[in-house]
Ligand binder design. Sequence first.
Ligand code: 13P
Ligand code: SF4
Length: 363
Amino acid sequence: MSEVETPETDDRLAADTDLVRNYLDKAICPPQMSEAETARYISLIKELLKSKNARLVAHYYTDSVLQDLAEETGGFVGDSLEMARFGRDCDGETLVVAGVRFMGESAKILSPQKKVLMPTIEATCSLDIACPIDKFSAFCDQHPDRTVVVYANTSAAVKARSDWVVTSSIALDVVEHLMEQGEKVLWAPDRHLGSYIQKVTGADMLLWDAACIVHEEFKARGLKDMLQMYPDAAILAHPESPDAVLEIADHIGSTTQIINAARDLPNKDIIVATDQGIFHKLQQVAPDKNFIVAPTAGNDATCRSCANCPWMGMNTLENLYHSLKTDSNEIEVDAELAKKAMIPLQRMLDFAAELQIKVKGKA
Ligand code: 13P
Ligand code: SF4
């Protein structure tokens, strides 16, 4: 099987691919705005954020205008773990989460007393779509001897069924810790991240079979060709990328870890295998470096994303303004479900805090 093929014989994956396509059809590219219109929306949003004591919490994959606006107004831009932490700890009464649905849900679970809005609630994630609670729960029931570890890119119901929630910045450490305790892991939903963790840690892991439609498009062959043009370049990759890409990467990590590596590595040329939205922050932290998008399948029929998450792209100034102005797209999570999902989420945050203390202690 070539590296671009997906296992079409797998019924579950084939069905989920259809499901992802249905959602993708809704993710229409937002129209461009004039400079004057952009400035008008920015000023209106700034006023609303202030009058409502609201904080804008944005992911690195969102439009650069939203990222700047978050930082200029006392909000935050970060990876999914940091977004959750900021949302929980900040003093705003309302959080506006510019990202995808699981990020809004995590914010609400961690801060039930805060109002959580999203510019659009249609913004989902292929990993979340491909891990429906009924099938996932049945899978867990078949393997009661395993500790259930789920990626944050899942619904509140899937989180509630798990023992641990992890993000890409902490997944390796958590699984290593579980392995030391002699535990066997049931991992969901991203098969690339799961298999990467399995390889690095040697843990006994049973993997769910889903993928991120953005990262899955990166191609090792194209990367090798690109290295001939940029022989001194470093390759930085998000662990949702396929195995063959990760094998030739110089650094693998979450979005924040990629940004830190880009800043700290001596290489001038840096090839980046993750969503292009991250280039805004990369250029801010290392303006003298040359950042290059890792090659995807190109413009042929197989490229469904070309290094742009269609759902992150649904967050715009216009729908952000509308949501804030009318308090629409409020995220609600059933109280019982939230209580259950809070346990593995809190476990992750406590583990992350302890890890930080250990790292500081060693420094
Ligand atoms: P990070 O936690 O690295 O920001 O990743 C979130 C995500 O959705 C990557 O595709
Ligand atoms: Fe989900 Fe991939 Fe988009 Fe991240 S980039 S939100 S994993 S579809």
